[in-house]
Structure formats: C-alpha cells, structure tokens
Design a protein around this ligand. Structure first.
Ligand SMILES: C[S@@+](CC[C@H](N)C(=O)[O-])C[C@H]1O[C@@H](n2cnc3c(N)ncnc32)[C@H](O)[C@@H]1O
Length: 319
C-alpha cells in the first residue's frame, strides 16, 4: 500500500541492512574504549560485564514499562510488582556502576511502577526529582482515567557535585500578563511573533508530544521518545564532549540527540532491527543536526510544528 505523502516515518530497506550491520559492535568485541560513539547489538546483561565501570557522565534509561509489549525480537510480559522489582534489580545497580562519580542518571516509567522506580533510585543514587511528562497521547478507557502521563526520575551520584546547565534548558513561553516597569517590559521580550519570556524549566513538562508519522524523527519503534525530551536531559545534565550511555537504546534517540549536541554516546539494544534504525538515524544526524522544538538554543512551547527546509535555518520556532 502506498504511504501518505506527509508520512516521514524512517524506513530501512533490505539493501541498506548489510552496511548498517557492519557499523554495529557485538558485546564479545568490546575492548578498551572502542564502544565510544557506537551501538552495541546485544543483550544488556552480557554487555554490562564487558563495559568498564565509571565511563559515563550521563545515563538515560527508558526501560520496558511493566506492560505487555512487543518489541519485535523481544516481548515483554507484564509482571507482578515483586517480579518487576526483581527484573529491575537484575541490571539497574550494574548500570549505576557505569556512572562516573559526578554523573547523573534519568530513568523513565509510568505510574504503575513509580514506587518500585523510586525505591531503586534511592537505593543506588541521590534522588533529586521526578519529572512528570504529559505526553497527551494515551489509550482512552471506559472505566478508568486515560493515562497520559509518564515519569522521568532524576538522580545523581554526588549531590554536592553534578552538572546542571539550567540556562541551556530555559523555555520560551508566550507572556499572558505583559507587565511593564517604567514603561519597559518586565522580564519579557517583544518580538515580531509576539511577547515571549524565557522561563526556568519546572518538573512538569507539557510542551512535548510523542513522535508521530509526519515528524522526520519518527520510526516504527513502538515506544520511541521525542528527541526534544532527550535534548532537555542531555543539555541540562552533560557538557559538550561528555559520554552519554543508554543501556536500552530502542530506535537510537539518546545516541542521535547526543551526537547532534556534540556529546559522545554509547547505546545497547537487543533487536537488530532497532539497531538498524539507530544507525540510519546516526548517519542522517551527520548532515542534519536539527531537533524539532529546539531553535537557536531555546526550547519553544511545542515540538509538533514542522521543521523548515534545511536551507531555511537551523531549526523552527513553534506555535
Ligand atoms: C522502551 S524501549 C526504548 C525506546 C527508546 N527510548 C527510543 O526512543 O526508541 C526499550 C528497548 O529496550 C530493548 N531491550 C529490552 N531488553 C533488553 C536487553 N536485555 N538488552 C538490550 N536491549 C533490551 C527493547 O528491544 C526496546 O527497544
């Protein structure tokens, strides 16, 4: 069936696969620091034994939530709370050991596993916050409230010494009450597009939708995170040249955004098809560093506005 002309979902053809496969690193071939800027195709449990401790400045984890979900070659079946906690214990402490002494870690989850994730974070790290992301999309329910929220737990190894670049994650919001003092705008700017204020980011994020079919970052991965969301984490909690590690990489969003923002990266993914998506996106990121919803170092209110043509500039501004 022909696909709609506005559908920009990433496609990987059979012809591209041999070349993309060559770019992948297998756990058995890890040595020294050859995992830098690579996608490791393998099981996280085997890979963790081969990676050195304390190599990552920032770890971003988007694990299978405790829901039955088909990840292609890997099917996750919903577990009891006790078994999900046990599953997490099989890899989470080992992942935390990969963090440098001044490193930061984010782990995503939904409301069902909030208690388990909070306990796991507090066991291994200093828990600093829980970000709530209102992702809008969610399946309606006849006898329950639709779930449209996700959590992103934020922890650090050393609560006195960690990276947090707040100026890099300010958000541009329309000013509702444009106060003036002595006739001049108070904390806001007048532009051709209207009156805006750069605001400090809170732990409630309602400026991000999940990738959808007309967005160039969209893939067929069932639980892909938006590039803009990962960009906020990376800009706030790492510096250019730092190493960002994603142990459950999926379609490659963390590595792609790290590359676009001048960080080193390493990701692990068990499904070869998702590794191919990651590699194709990484190749595309060599010539196109745009992140939808981030323009000239400012996060705009939405990430859903189309990107302009590449020659039109670095990025777009949102509605
Ligand atoms: C929630 S998804 C991550 C999605 C990702 N954030 C993105 O934007 O595409 C979790 C991923 O972990 C992978 N995975 C699950 N268990 C794994 C394991 N033991 N080793 C490596 N990858 C695994 C799944 O195949 C899935 O793609």
């Amino acid at each position: 069936m022909a696909r709609a002309s506005r559908n920009r979902t990433l496609q990987v053809s059979e012809a591209e696969k041999p070349l993309l496969r060559q770019r992948l690193l297998l756990p058995k071939d890890i040595s020294g620091s050859n995992f830098t800027d690579r996608t490791i195709h393998g099981n996280l449990l085997d890979t963790l034994q081969k990676l050195p401790d304390e190599f990552a400045d920032l770890v971003i984890i988007d694990p299978p939530y405790n829901l039955s979900k088909d990840f292609g070659s890997m099917k996750f079946d919903a577990l009891s709370h006790e078994d999900y906690a046990f599953y997490l214990q099989s890899w989470f402490p080992a992942v935390c050991r990969k963090l440098k002494p001044h490193g930061s870690l984010y782990i995503c989850g939904d409301w069902r596993s909030a208690g388990i994730l909070q306990a796991a974070m507090e066991e291994e790290l200093h828990l600093l916050n829980r970000i709530t992301w209102q992702r809008e999309k969610g399946r309606g329910a006849m006898r329950n409230w639709k779930n449209a929220l996700e959590d992103i737990w934020f922890g650090v190894k050393d609560k006195r010494h960690y990276t947090f670049n707040v100026a890099d994650v300010k958000m541009k919001r329309k000013v509702l009450a444009p106060y003036r003092k002595d006739g001049l705008p108070k904390d806001w700017n007048e532009t051709d597009e209207g009156k805006f204020r750069d605001t400090y980011p809170s732990n409630f994020w309602d400026d991000l939708c999940v990738p959808f079919w007309s967005m160039p970052e969209n893939t067929e991965h069932p639980t892909q995170k938006p590039e803009k969301l990962i960009a906020k984490l990376i800009l706030a909690s790492s510096n250019p040249g730092d190493m960002v590690f994603d142990p459950l990489l999926g379609s490659g969003t963390t590595s792609v955004v790290a590359k676009k923002l001048g960080r080193h990266f390493c990701g692990v993914e068990i499904s070869e098809d998702y590794c191919f998506m990651a590699e194709k996106r990484l190749i595309m990121a060599e010539s196109d560093k745009r992140i939808q919803g981030l323009a000239d170092g400012i996060f705009w209110e939405r990430n859903s506005q189309p990107l302009p043509n590449k020659q039109d500039g670095n990025n777009t501004k949102e509605e």
